[in-house]
Design a protein around this ligand. Sequence first.
Ligand code: GDP
Length: 683
Amino acid sequence: MARHRNVRGLKYDEDFEDDDVYGQSVEDDYCISPATAAQFIYKRDDYNRRAFAEEPLEEGDEYAEDKVEEPSHNNQPILSGVDQARLHCCLDEIREVLGDSVSEQVLVDAVLNSQYDAHKALDLVLSEDSQQTSKIKTQSTAPAQKSTIGKAREQSARVDADIVPKVAKMTVSGKQITGFNIPSANVDENGHLRKGTVTEETSPSPLPEVSSKSNSTAHVASLTEEAAVVQTLSKGSTKTRQQIDVKAELEKRQGGKQLLNLVVIGHVDAGKSTLMGHLLYLLGKVNKRIMHKYEQESKKAGKASFAFAWVLDETGEERERGVTMDVGMTTFETKTKVITLMDAPGHKDFIPNMITGAAQADVAILVVDASRGEFEAGFEAGGQTREHALLVRSLGVTQLAVAVNKMDQVNWQPERFKEISNKLGHFLKQAGFKDSDVAYIPTTGLNGENLITRSQVPELKVWYNGPCLLEQIDFFKSPQRPVEKPFRLCVADVFKDQGSGFSVTGKIEAGYVQTGDRVLVMPPNETCIVKGIALHDEPLDWAAAGDHVTLTVTGVDIIKINVGCIFCDPKAPIKTCTRFRARVLIFSIDIPITQGLPVLLHYQTLSEPCTIRRLVSVLHKSTGEVLKKKPKCLTKGQNALIELQAQRPVSLELYKDFKELGRFMLRYSGSSIAAGVVTEIKE
Ligand code: GDP
């Protein structure tokens, strides 16, 4: 289960106090990133450098013996110990600036060509493209020096060969690719890493990282294959993306099961968390011991009836207040589907969080409280039943299961069930849901009736023979995954984890991504490298539209990445603007909308202040024909074309190009006032 974390509130300095522990973790089962390993390894280099700087190299020096004085196979002159130390110094200095983005070979060449001047070497690397760099290699290197470089390469390769077993000590996931280049020659037939000469071609280069703590031998066994991928990905900056048949692979990966992102919505206290907590318990997703613990703890806290809700309400405050505040996330399976479940907060104070959850959903369960007066409270103005339903519909959800919950409170009366279904049905139709896409299921989350099996309660059996909740979830149609479109991921969370770089979570809305890919982040218009991909905590080489993933990225400052940023394909970037036009549907509002109104734009996971810059026209609801130009105001239920001005650049797609990414919501003073689709990008 994952929660959105407060990244900005984190004190990274404190986090990094454990750095030395990271070093030790090379021996652990824990995941370790190349940067972490690099820190560890760097220390050794540092040690050598210091040793070289402070003391003259003696003949008996172990390092000199092992690494320097060893005769060259091709009789090439070798770097002296001091020169090697100077080389390492320079490399360290350059890496401080460039990180791992340039291959070791290029750096070594640049350092040697600039006579060990790190600044000059850095300039060389930065100012010259790969062609120029190779020109330097061939033009300015005298034959003797050339062989020096060859030796230096060989030596640096050897140093890296020494590194490999250290990295190999941790459990290397077959799914992820290591940050150190593991040439296939270094992997024996059993998939084990072996020490060996690293050829020039396979010398270290920026690569995706290891981050898994998987202990599967199968993972290790697939290392040879992974190493091949490493090589494919590692060939310079113009790396060739390994071609994969994403659709076929997706089928294989899920064992034939389709993916479905499900959000649970409804008025506060309707019983959402209890319902889903109990469902997860019945599915065996919560072990008995933990459930017993929740029961004891909730009893102690005087909230015994919330025990199942605690499965999803994880934080202390949520439990104390008895309300869901953030979006709880977990997975379970039905007969034909793998479900990512998002439990959205019902309280109106947390609607922005609910929007974040709903923006990533394909389908929804709307939970209503069947108790007398309670359904009405949630359904009337001010209740969240209507607002949530409208929000999810506006965010693109078309299929809905209504759990008419707490049926035990009304003795499973069919009349009450019908009354609620009728009232809701009428409203949902107006909100844009087709009758055939809405199903009503009588449930009781507290007693677990009609959740994963059809209820045998006699009072229900006499009048209901429809599906239970789990069956209904299984009946949902999985949406098409636009895997052939350019890559898009909306950031729902940003956090710093162990190791290099940082991580973002979000749903891939379109296309697919592979480890090693360079992706563009909009805004701030920066590129970064995807070092690792995880789906439901499982490391993967690639992920595609519909997947709710965690990406570990490097090459961009975490400060620049916010919730709401879009990761996209640099070759087909998302459009960014501060002014755009949209067709909107005005919700039930008391005060008409006028020009200049400050609103909050909710787009995917982004919420950004905007103003309504212009009321362009009022449109006919179904034909779209212009009924009135330049209206003075817009009132409830109207369809209109408006122009919005954002304070800062926002990345959007036109609805006609990208249905999934062309929708948004407008809120004003804590209420949703309109839903819209982007029709034109102005600036
Ligand atoms: P949420 O705010 O919608 O997530 O609601 P919770 O799951 O936190 O439940 C609110 C209260 O309703 C808790 O006291 C639950 O025990 C109670 N509740 C939930 N489902 C049922 C039910 O089916 N029957 C009864 N009688 N109470 C329920």
